[in-house]
Design a binder for this molecule. Sequence first.
Ligand SMILES: Nc1ncnc2c1ncn2[C@@H]1O[C@H](COP(=O)(O)OP(=O)(O)OP(=O)(O)O)[C@@H](O)[C@H]1O
Ligand SMILES: [Mg+2]
Length: 305
Amino acid sequence: MLIFSTSDKGGTGRSVTSCNLAYRLCLTGRNVAYVDFDFGSPTAGALYEISAVERGVADGGVHSYLLGETGAAARVDVGTATDRPELKRIGPRAGRLVLFPGDEGGAEFLTTSDAVVTRCAELLVALEQEFRVVFVDLSAGRSVALELALQATALPQLRNRTTRWLIFHRWTRQHILAAAGLVHGPHGLLETGSVCGHDPAELLGSTRYVRTAVPHGDSHPVAQRAAQAAWLQEQDVALRRLATANRLGTTAVLGETPMEPVLQWREQLILDSDVNAHIANPGTASAYTELAHLLVDTAMWERLQ
Ligand SMILES: Nc1ncnc2c1ncn2[C@@H]1O[C@H](COP(=O)(O)OP(=O)(O)OP(=O)(O)O)[C@@H](O)[C@H]1O
Ligand SMILES: [Mg+2]
């Protein structure tokens, strides 16, 4: 299964959430690949706390691979290379979690070319055969990375693979409108996808939204005063209405993550040990577990829009 993570805006929690979901899926025994397609700003190494590739690899990363500068994209086994002791002891039942880091000092592609699209498809085909789940963290917005992913997945060798598109957004007015625009708007996912040869209805059926850092829930009492709580409640209702009006209603949503104090301070994986130490909220870990479950739950994806 190929999972593409994207967002219209930057700083939506796309990378942090995707890294956490990859980790949670690996705990269920699946072999998982995490491919950093955020060419201008590869951050997955930092999230997995692998100091050697904190900002990507010096050479041979995904960016160099796509340009044909290296025969194989660099790979790093997260359990072996991480500096985080709890992550090293991931457990015998867990699958492998392998990072394909970006290039340090890499840059966004300005345009795609047939050669780059072909190499991208080759990489994705090979990874899809080796791993049960392949996460691809794309850059924000209507990026060349997104176009590349749409072009590659429209090719015959990838057309019939199970592919999911996740659109991450914060729980605010601007983010809701931006996420809707990225999918339905001009040069968005559906329009670009259809130019690349995708069936827009099928593409939409394999697209879900993930709301991140939603400021409510039992685990994180944001509101300290009654008036504040009432105001937050009102905003939440208004945002739900706005989301539904913009085709981001319940059936199009995979799920949400709660506002997590640890992640407001630091980009990282939320491990069960963080919850057991009473540092991270239990609701955050369970949201990741639930989202990971829904991602691979066929029934969820067969539901009509
Ligand atoms: N549930 C959460 N609660 C609080 N903060 C969060 C949550 N999820 C993510 N964050 C924080 O939001 C910030 C942005 O997250 P992240 O870097 O994953 O976003 P991004 O969409 O990948 O951004 P970019 O476009 O820069 O790659 C980070 O500081 C991260 O720790
Ligand atoms: Mg990111």
